[in-house]
Design a protein around this ligand. Structure first.
Ligand SMILES: [Zn+2]
Ligand SMILES: [Zn+2]
Length: 177
């Protein structure tokens, strides 16, 4: 199979080949916030599309999970405005539109990717989920029937050293199915 990373690094066929996670779309992938103050284009296939059910993502997007798609940072262009940033922990910061509040990004320090909220894509169908993370906090009544890999946040040892800057609230464990 053609290595899509190789294809895009050569600048040839950019965006024409499916990413390793099966996303296919000619031309840039576009999106932005609900009010239109912030707009972006991704000049590469989206990668590592995943649900995160962790409590930090739930609180950041104001919903019971975040669904985000990885955009290579050097291929992500802010074509109008730029997100405001909340540093939610020592590991990550989260971008949002300061005018309308739409959550737009999660960026992990040191990563080559910025993760975009799938709902902010102009065509969310371009992002095909490949995994579930943070399933220790998945709502027990949320039934997403698929066979994707599932991980808990405790599978990531980096989290042990993380300081959280979200407002502290008591966290009871949620036991998922
Ligand atoms: Zn906005
Ligand atoms: Zn998360």
């Amino acid at each position: 199979m053609l290595d899509p990373t190789l294809a895009s690094s050569h600048g040839l066929f950019e965006g024409l080949f499916p990413g390793p996670f099966g996303n296919f779309r000619p031309g840039p992938i576009t999106g932005g916030c609900q009010c239109g103050a912030v707009r972006y284009a991704v000049h590469a296939p989206l990668e590592m599309v995943h649900y995160c059910h962790c409590r930090m993502c739930q609180r950041a997007v104001g919903n019971v999970f975040a669904l985000t798609a990885g955009a290579p940072r050097e291929k992500l262009e802010w074509v109008k405005g730029a997100p405001s940033i909340f540093k939610s922990s020592t590991m990550a910061e989260r971008g949002f539109c300061s005018a309308c509040g739409t959550p737009l990004t999660v960026s992990y320090h040191g990563s080559l990717f910025t993760f975009l909220t799938v709902g902010s894509l102009d065509r969310p169908v371009q992002a095909k989920p490949e995994a579930h993370y943070g399933i220790e906090s998945q709502m027990p009544w949320l039934n997403i029937i698929d066979t994707l890999p599932r991980e808990t946040t405790s599978d990531d040892p980096r989290l042990d050293a993380m300081d959280i800057f979200q407002y502290p609230i008591p966290l009871e464990p949620v036991h998922s199915r």
